[in-house]
Structure formats: C-alpha cells, structure tokens
Design a binder for this molecule. Sequence first.
Ligand SMILES: [Zn+2]
Ligand SMILES: [Zn+2]
Length: 150
Amino acid sequence: MARLQIDGGCHCGKIGYEANVDPANVIICHCTDCQANSGAPYRANVLVKAENFKLRGQPSTYVKTADSGNRRLLAFCSDCGSALYSTTVEDPRIYNVRLGSVNQRAQLTPRAQGFCRSAMPWAMDIRNIPQLPDPPAASSSPRRAARGRG
Ligand SMILES: [Zn+2]
Ligand SMILES: [Zn+2]
C-alpha cells in the first residue's frame, strides 16, 4: 500500500506535526489506560517511525507505567489538553500518534484492535445505535466541519 503523508496537531494549534506513514499501521487499543487517559471508550493510533515524524512546538508529557512495567511517555497540549502521541521514555523509535489528531484520519482505517478483554461490551458494534441528525456543516475543512459541543 502507498505511504501517506499526514499532518495534524492539537485542537488549539499550539502543537503540530507532519509525518509519513504506512496506512496499514493503524490500530485500536481498548486498554484501560487508553480509556482513562483519552476520556474515550477506546483509542486509535497510527504508528510512525521517529525518522518520519516532525514535531512543531513543545507538548507537555506524562509518564505512565503499564502493568508490564513498561514506561510510556504520553504527550499532550498543555493549553487545550488534546492527546497527541505516546512513545518510549528513552530513545523513541516509534510514535503512536493519536488518530483523532490527524487531519487525514478518515483515510486511516484501523487494521487491528488490541486489549479487547477490556473493551466496552458495546464497542464492537455501534452500527445499530440510533443516529442523531448531523448539524449543518460550518465549512468544508474536515477538522471544522464536524466540530461538536465537545
Ligand atoms: Zn493545543
Ligand atoms: Zn491502550
């Protein structure tokens, strides 16, 4: 599959990035850390090699220790709180870039999902949940078109 050039950043615009990715490397994580840290029922990431990741601005970081003992550096914007990526604390080789921060996210379909034992029982099938009508689109920009109430 062709590689994809992506960009993105936080909601307020203080932190931005560019990256070159393999669209096959998109995974959902249902772990309880992702649930708590993102505030969402699950998280999706696109994996980016360090040499293909160009960051603009200085995110805040939080180090969490997993059950396995692995320490992970979580990066987010100190102004707007948007989650941006996680990586290893020492010598980052791979960045798990948060899919919701990627402008091209609609082109990045997850290929796998992990930690399914802690998945919300409904998360595997949201298709049949009744849909609310979309509000009128404000603009054609993908980031702004669907800006909700948060
Ligand atoms: Zn921000
Ligand atoms: Zn996780």
